[in-house]
Ligand binder design. Structure first.
Ligand code: FAD
Ligand code: SF4
Length: 349
């Protein structure tokens, strides 16, 4: 009969969900292997400048979890590595891994947690907004780096703007060119980024073009209201038909459907709140482990289970749908709890 130290759990993806799951399992006395396709752990949080709803520093959270992982002693990290196949073997899985040099290895594990996250929809599908054509049109993830650059007073690639315009729901809630669903967190991301522009560059004006805004979470409504009322970001209800270059700036024209007046904004930077879609890694893991997905490729936990997607395969974080940091961390903990329940009640034979 195996004891805890002989049981190994494979965590795929070292974002906040995977890190939390690994920590809970490692600290409970089981062996954990984390595989991460990038060279560093931390996932999307590594790219973020600041977090809603409390303006926290995401790097602090990543550091706290990384230190916990180092201290734990039961967690091995393989960066630059991805799973390429998995075969059911005994009660667990034999998983084949491949590193960046193309070297393959195999691990026998007793359970698997998939935490491979999401990515942003390619907004160049909206040719009218000029993404990939005009140099100062960004998606929200790219804009996090620009914010950092401005805050550190670095002379980066993006000049300090007089005006920044944000367009929401690009690729979401759109059956023709994007996805029919609402991506859930981009209203908050946009409010955060507009608020940050006003903090970092108080002379820069910010406009947010929206159809409606969704802020249903603890402290979310207050967060958006504070961005509008205290940081003086102007929300305009209406969807610009296009972004038009003119005299070195970007012009957005819209009918403000609340005020019933036409609005024209001359911006220097445009940020598109891109839809969230499953990452390539999430799609690959669904294939390799033969998991149910929804219509769009996000992995579905089995009915009635918070995290189980198949026998001894669990899921956590944004590979199941768009989720904020706290939710992803909670899902990591939920997946770990299910794994611990399974490993604690069988013999592994
Ligand atoms: C622009 C933007 C701004 C955001 N701002 C906020 C905010 O202010 N506040 C907030 O609460 N939330 C915010 N979020 C959401 C937050 O980033 C997510 O909730 C969180 O990152 C999800 O964590 P995760 O671990 O599920 O996924 P991720 O952080 O995406 O981690 C997934 C990991 O899996 C790895 N991976 C992928 N495929 C493979 C594979 N095949 N093999 C091995 N590893 C793989 C990836 O490299 C990555 O490290 C923001 C998201 C975005 C996109
Ligand atoms: S969260 Fe907001 S910006 Fe994102 S798709 Fe939903 S309504 Fe649009």
């Amino acid at each position: 009969m195996k004891d805890g130290r002989d049981r190994t759990v494979l965590v795929i993806g070292a974002g906040i969900a995977g890190m939390e799951a690994a920590l809970q399992i490692g600290n409970a006395g089981y062996q954990v292997i984390i595989v991460e396709k990038e060279d560093t752990i931390g996932g999307t949080l590594r790219s973020l400048y600041s977090s809603f709803p409390r303006w926290d520093d995401p790097a602090r959270l990543v550091q706290m979890k990384s230190e916990g992982i180092k201290k734990c002693g039961a967690i091995a990290i393989k960066t630059g590595t991805v799973p390429v196949s998995a075969t059911k073997q005994g009660t667990g899985y034999l998983v084949e891994l491949k590193d960046q040099a193309g070297i393959q290895s195999k691990v026998q594990v007793d359970a698997v947690i998939i935490a491979t996250g999401l990515e942003l929809f390619d907004v160049s599908a909206y040719g009218e907004y000029g993404y990939g054509v005009y140099k100062n049109v960004f998606n929200t993830l790219e804009f996090e780096s620009t914010l950092r650059e401005w805050s550190e007073n670095r002379s980066g690639s993006v000049e300090r703007p007089r005006t920044v315009a944000f367009i929401k729901c690009v690729g979401s809630r759109d059956r023709s060119k994007g996805y029919p669903y609402c991506s859930k967190i981009c209203c908050m991301i946009t409010a955060k980024q507009a608020g940050l522009v006003r903090d970092i560059l108080p002379d820069t004006k910010c406009f947010v073009f929206y159809m409606d805004y969704r802020a249903s979470g603890k402290e979310y409504e207050e967060f958006v209201r504070s961005v509008i009322e205290e940081k003086h970001v102007r929300y305009v209800r209406g969807r610009p038909a296009k972004v038009q270059p003119e005299d070195g700036r970007l012009v957005l024209k819209v009918e403000d459907t609340l005020m019933g007046v036409p609005v024209e904004v001359r911006a220097d930077v445009v940020v598109l709140a891109a839809a969230m879609e499953p990452s390539a890694g999430t799609r690959q893991m669904a294939d390799i482990f033969n998991l149910e997905t929804d219509l769009y490729g996000f992995i579905e936990p089995l009915y009635g289970s918070p995290a189980r997607a198949a026998e001894r395969v669990f899921v956590a974080g944004a590979c199941t749908f768009a989720v904020e940091t706290k939710g992803a961390m909670q899902q990591g903990a939920a997946a770990a709890a299910e794994v611990l329940a399974v490993l604690g009640t069988d013999t592994g034979e």
